[in-house]
Design a protein around this ligand. Structure first.
Ligand SMILES: *[C@@H]1O[C@H](CO)[C@@H](O)[C@H](O)[C@H]1NC(C)=O
Ligand SMILES: *[C@@H]1O[C@H](CO)[C@@H](O)[C@H](O)[C@H]1NC(C)=O
Ligand SMILES: *[C@@H]1O[C@H](CO)[C@@H](O)[C@H](O)[C@H]1NC(C)=O
Length: 286
């Protein structure tokens, strides 16, 4: 069973990657979606009209990912955050954020594998995604490490405010924009400080790339727009009238995304934060 499922995973991954390359090429030759028509017709959010935002109630399930929590807060996923099917997650993420279909297929398959469930038949609760060092990992931009705060749906507001305040870019309408350098800088700080403060700190290369991927989502899907990010990351709410900044007809592919991820990851300089890390460690133990 173990052997056959590993083999089938290899074929599955190879299949997804080839599909992704094909979609990346199609995106180059097909016209972009028109502004105002990025969210597909008939899907919640079409024309910028998102279903009502309602904050979670006692007993609702949420996780470490602001973008998924926001979908539950708007009722695009079940408002309780429970009994979500992996298949539905795939389709809803795609329509809401315009990630490519290869991407949207890969992530729920990965989550189902991590939880040892069937992708096609089973469901999950949002909090189950926070299995430590599965998808969830240390040195988050938005959360304290699991060892310090087991409930990963709890926002750590000082981290979020620091992230939003760290933008150095501007667009042509003078909006504040987070840049890839801004994200490398703050990721370096989060890693150095978490390493110093959290005795159980761990961060594999795989999870570094995962973390850089989250960060890259802020740059691509959200275009780095700080006002939109404040809504999504701090309030877990989709801004009114919002649509994905990715207008490619086949959405954000993994191949395209990787360019941003690698730029962010290779820009991280943890060493620059040695002093900040020492100070944080000193404060933490007193
Ligand atoms: C990326 O997202 C996962 C899942 O929400 C989270 O656990 C992790 O800490 C995030 N990484 C960063 C660097 O924010
Ligand atoms: C986790 O925190 C949320 C608030 O972010 C709360 O509603 C929920 O009940 C907490 N879960 C647990 C298991 O304590
Ligand atoms: C993107 O990067 C990831 C992680 O480095 C890698 O596993 C994947 O094969 C890459 N995907 C594509 C389509 O280049």
């Amino acid at each position: 069973m173990g052997f056959f499922s590993s083999v089938s995973h290899v074929f599955f991954d190879a299949g997804i990657l080839s599909w992704d390359v094909l979609l990346t090429l199609l995106n180059l030759v097909r016209r972009k979606r028109r502004i105002g028509h990025v969210t597909p017709e008939g899907h919640p959010g079409y024309g910028g009209l998102w279903p009502e935002f309602r904050p979670p109630q006692e007993g609702d399930s949420r996780c470490s990912c602001p973008a998924l929590n926001a979908m539950a807060n708007h009722g695009i996923l079940s408002r309780s955050g429970r009994d979500i099917s992996f298949v539905d997650l795939n389709h809803q993420i795609r329509a809401t954020y315009n990630f490519g279909p290869s991407f949207c297929s890969y992530v729920p398959h990965f989550a189902a594998r991590m939880l040892k469930r069937s992708y096609s038949k089973d469901t999950f609760d949002l909090e189950e995604l926070d299995l430590h060092n599965g998808i969830e990992h240390d040195a988050s931009l938005f959360r304290l490490d699991t060892a310090l705060e087991a409930n990963q749906s709890m926002k750590h507001i000082p981290f979020i405010e620091e992230l939003l305040a760290s933008s150095t870019g501007k667009d042509k309408n003078d909006n504040n924009i987070l840049t890839s350098r801004d994200l490398s800088r703050i990721l370096g700080k989060r890693r150095a400080v978490a390493r110093a403060v959290n005795k159980e700190f761990s961060l594999s290369f795989f999870h570094k790339i995962f973390g850089s991927s989250n960060s890259s989502t802020l740059l691509t899907i959200f275009g780095g727009r700080v006002d939109d990010l404040r809504s999504i990351v701090l309030h877990e709410r989709i801004p009114e009238g919002w649509e994905s900044r990715i207008r490619e007809p086949y959405g954000l592919t993994m191949m395209h995304f990787n360019k941003t991820v690698l730029a962010v990851e290779f820009g991280v300089r943890e060493g620059d934060w040695a002093e900040a890390a020492q100070e944080a460690a000193a404060r933490h133990t007193t």
